[in-house]
Design a protein around this ligand. Structure first.
Ligand SMILES: Cc1cc2nc3c(=O)[nH]c(=O)nc-3n(C[C@H](O)[C@H](O)[C@H](O)COP(=O)(O)O)c2cc1C
Length: 343
């Protein structure tokens, strides 16, 4: 068992990474169904919450069926972070997560996200402000450092633990790498194996298969793994990893019927959360990955992304389920544009 404060997770938990415009309630619902043990909201601006911005407020939506769930905030001002931690806590999440890894200019230039990696004293003050403003367990998600010359994750981990965080997720890249190159987990392993570190350490970065998950579990000894892009359009990745870690055998890939069922659930939740017009629109970016690898699927995908009503979409999904019944596609990881993505 892994404990984050009073939250109990199974051994080697799998976490759905916070992903702006992706890890919203509809997507989280299908990841929960398929084995995600802990999930996070998209990152929310502390200033946006204080200004009561609608978009920030809506991101606070969490549901009991998806627990344990963490709400992630970002910001560079102590007072704003303290106040937003209070606001977030009123929605009763299981934990409050702080984003100290977002590499995007518009966040970094406000001295937030990965921008804080250049000023560890500020990082500690911001974290203290949040810890002192909520009774929820506080966790942090960050990167190895600002750039190659200022990698400071070992010091950061110790100092964050000292001010009371209950778990740390580390993306194995520096800010200057953005998403380039390979995530380097050696330092994540060093943090985990530091005898001073008592809190759970979750590794993150480029886990895109059950084999890699098991390999990194054994090599770096992390308490669990956080998965982002590999889950987009493929929420089955969580149970597939669990199956492989437990048995050493790959689980069969999802059938077309299982995919259609997940699309239906995702669509239903999307419409429930955002109404039919926006709900149907927001689904359009997911069809590609859900239906990847089936022969001549493009014509169906083109139909799906042009339909406006749930009824019409349902009819096409029913046709897809019949047409591809019994076919097993090649499993492909979703390639996601990440240049301007926060983490
Ligand atoms: C579309 C997208 C949106 C993201 N948004 C966030 C975010 O809001 N907060 C955050 O901490 N990380 C965010 N990230 C980073 C992921 O949480 C994760 O650290 C990163 O994708 C590396 O993990 P992966 O290789 O498993 O994808 C985002 C990544 C992507 C691809």
């Amino acid at each position: 068992m892994v404990r984050i404060g009073n939250i109990e997770l199974p051994d080697f938990p799998l976490l759905l990474a916070p992903m702006e415009d992706v890890s919203d309630p509809p997507f989280r619902a299908v990841c929960k169904d398929n084995g995600a043990d802990l999930m996070y909201t998209e990152f929310i601006s502390s200033e946006g919450l204080i200004r009561d911005a609608i978009k920030s407020r809506q991101k606070l939506d969490i549901f009991d069926y998806e627990r344990p769930i963490g709400i992630q905030i970002f910001g560079g001002d102590e007072e704003a972070m303290a106040l937003s931690a209070k606001i977030v806590s009123t929605t009763d999440p299981d934990l409050v997560d702080i984003n100290f890894g977002c590499p995007v200019k518009k966040v970094v230039c406000k001295g937030a996200g990965a921008g804080v990696l250049k000023d560890i004293d500020l990082m500690i003050r911001l974290t203290k402000a949040v810890v002192n403003s909520t009774d929820k367990p506080v966790t942090v998600k960050t990167r190895l450092g600002w750039d190659e010359d200022s990698i400071n994750i070992e010091e950061v981990a110790e100092r964050l633990q000292d001010v009371g965080i209950k778990a740390l997720s580390i993306h194995g890249r520096t800010r200057s790498q953005m998403y380039k190159g390979e995530a380097d987990w050696t330092l994540i392993g060093k943090v985990k194996n530091n005898p001073r570190i008592q809190i759970p350490i979750f590794g993150n970065g480029d886990i895109d298969s059950p084999q890699k998950a098991l390999e990194y579990k054994n090599r770096y000894g992390v308490d669990g793994i956080m998965i982002g892009r590999a889950a987009i359009g493929y929420p089955w990745v969580f149970n597939e990893i669990k199956h492989y870690v437990a048995t050493g055998v790959e689980a069969p890939p999802p059938t077309i019927q299982q995919r259609v069922d997940v699309i239906r659930k995702h669509l239903q939740k999307s419409v429930e959360w955002k109404g039919e017009v926006v709900g149907v629109l927001e689904m359009r970016r997911h069809y590609t990955n859900y239906l990847k690898g089936f022969p001549h699927i493009k014509e169906f995908r083109n139909q799906l992304v042009n339909l406006k009503s749930v009824e019409e979409i349902e009819a096409v999904l029913a046709e897809i389920a019949i047409r591809y019944d019994g076919l097993v596609p090649e499993r492909k990881i979703a390639a996601v544009a990440t240049e301007e993505r926060c983490d």
